[in-house]
Design a protein around this ligand. Structure first.
Ligand code: GDP
Length: 511
């Protein structure tokens, strides 16, 4: 809980200058109006003014510093927006093939004929109803989870893909769990129906999947529920337009709306970001509100952007973009992080001011955490000493051992991946792995091949290096002389499994 000097002055009806002067007298150095105070200090200060602190008085946190930049919703500006869809399901059940088919057949502005580039999301126009759908194209469930954990519930609809010949598999169930937790609406696509040409056999297989779905509490339509099931083949294209129309129908029921136009402050989320040769910091932003133009100023995390260029997945340059549109943007001062929220501001000066404010809040938060930690440590040392004084010999040893053994063993990892989006997704999905005995501890995480300093860090900290989507690694990395363990992965869930295994191997046998 933190508050700036100017907000505090407002709160207690004091002139900022007076408060600044008083604070300086109390011993605060270099006090300005956006100097950030922690709760402990504020309580002391308020005592000086005989002011009681209410529960909601201190609300500035690193998470909400930018909230005051948003504009309130004006119902007059609300208009229908395309649904944002994530395709989830078990590996090899056909997610990529579906996305590729959609891209090929119904991409918006196909006439421009540009070479498509992966930007993490794309928009299609449905062949029949001529409506737009936005598909997220981020790898696996981790990205979806990560966005959600940050409160970014960007996905409106989850298409749960189930291969007709496999039915529900572990990752299907996992996807189901995530979709439910996120409160996303769902459509089931039973795919690969071209694999069985015999109509009766095909019906039988579909029936099996339907029963499996019901057994996992998915209330599908043919069993009286409201979850649509579409049977498709992404290979032959059979019923693919039905899938698209089902999404449109569901989005109409959901009545998805957003403020469009430049009256609303534009908002969105970073889907992916990376440094590209010759253009620099590039990110894909999915706009959720307002209208983005070239030249717009955006603030995000601890960086900001004056939009220099804006383009679609087909590299088509766009002058403006509204809700549910994914656009690739250049002009960032620093690379923003995938999953972070983007908010439009009026000028670069405002952007700079708010970034500085956020950094100050984070710094204060860190300092007060450090103080907390040091206090805790001192308290536990004092406790130990007090106990020691009253105990002798064996008992002390036992106590010390307990103290040493308290807390989980930390297993160190260094994460290296192809793009920052993957880095973020991996960190987010493995950092909480472990239990009260062993825990995953990420020493560092960054995009790019493992370099000399990564190797050095791994050696010093005894870390295992996890590589994701990096292609073939240099020989001196794989066969390094220091015997640093380097593991390579191309699928996030395999990586998660790998880390889990490493942790499990460290567990002491129970017997
Ligand atoms: P993902 O891991 O879920 O993205 O699965 P992919 O899209 O990579 O598909 C896995 C395999 O199934 C590939 O060999 C695809 O060619 C194949 N496949 C995907 N969809 C279909 C389909 O509708 N019919 C058939 N026969 N094969 C399919």
């Amino acid at each position: 809980n933190y508050i700036s000097v100017s907000d505090l002055a407002n709160m207690i009806n004091l002139k900022i200058e007076k408060l600044t002067r008083d604070l300086t007298k109390m011993g605060f150095a270099n006090v300005t109006h956006n100097y950030i105070l922690s709760k402990e200090y504020v309580e002391l200060i308020l005592m000086n003014y005989n002011y009681q602190l209410g529960d909601h008085a201190l609300a500035v946190t690193p998470e909400n510093v930018y909230d005051e930049l948003r504009s309130p919703v004006n119902p007059k500006n609300l208009a229908r927006r395309p649904p944002i869809v994530t395709i989830m399901g078990h590996v090899d059940h056909g997610k990529t093939t579906i996305l590729d088919y959609l891209r090929k057949t119904s991409i918006v502005s196909q006439e421009h004929g540009g070479i498509t580039q992966h930007i993490g999301a794309f928009q299609v126009e449905t062949p029949v109803s001529k409506r737009k759908i936005t598909f997220l194209d981020t790898p696996g469930h981790a990205a979806f989870l990560k966005m959600r954990e940050r409160g970014a519930n960007v996905t409106d609809i989850v298409v749960l893909v189930v291969s007709m010949d496999d039915s529900l598999m572990p990752q299907t169930l996992e996807a189901l769990k995530h979709a439910r937790k996120a409160g996303s609406q769902m459509i089931v696509a039973i795919t690969k129906i071209d694999r069985i040409s015999n109509v009766k056999e095909r019906e039988k297989a579909i029936e099996k999947v339907s029963i499996d779905l019901m057994n996992n509490e998915v209330p599908i339509e043919r069993m009286g529920g409201d979850v649509q099931v579409v049977t498709i083949s992404a290979r032959t294209g059979e019923n693919m337009n039905l899938l698209e129309e089902s999404i449109v129908a569901l989005s109409d029921i959901m009545d998805l709306k957003a403020e469009r136009g430049s009256n609303a402050v534009a908002e969105g989320f970073v889907i992916e970001s990376e440094v590209k040769k010759s253009v620099g910091n590039v990110s894909t932003v999915l706009i959720t509100k307002g209208l983005l133009r070239k030249g717009s100023i955006l603030i995000c995390g601890n960086t900001y952007c004056k939009v220099r260029s804006m383009s679609s997945e087909q590299r088509v340059s766009l002058a403006e973009a509204g809700p549910s549109t994914p656009v690739e943007i250049t002009g960032w001062k620093n690379l923003p992080a995938a999953g972070d929220e983007v908010i439009q501001v009026k000028s670069e000066a405002i952007a700079k001011k708010y970034v500085a404010k956020k950094m100050a809040v984070i710094q204060t938060a860190k300092e007060s955490k450090n103080v907390e930690r040091i206090n805790e440590q001192r308290a536990s040392e004092a406790l130990l000493k007090a106990k020691k004084d009253n105990l002798k010999g064996e008992e002390v040893e036992e106590l010390e051992e307990k103290q040493l053994n308290s807390g989980p063993e930390k297993i160190n990892f260094i994460v290296k991946a192809d793009v920052s989006g993957s880095v973020e997704a991996i960190v987010e999905s493995i950092s909480s792995l472990g239990n009260e005995e062993v825990q995953c501890n990420i020493i560092s995480a960054s995009a790019g091949m493992p370099n000399e300093s990564d190797m050095k860090l791994a050696r010093i900290t005894g870390s295992k290096i996890l590589c994701f989507n990096l292609g073939s690694l240099p020989n001196d990395v794989i066969n390094n002389k220091e015997r640093i363990e380097v593991e390579q992965f191309n699928v996030i869930y395999k990586l998660i499994e790998g880390v889990t295994e490493t942790l499990t191997n460290k567990l002491k046998p129970i017997y």
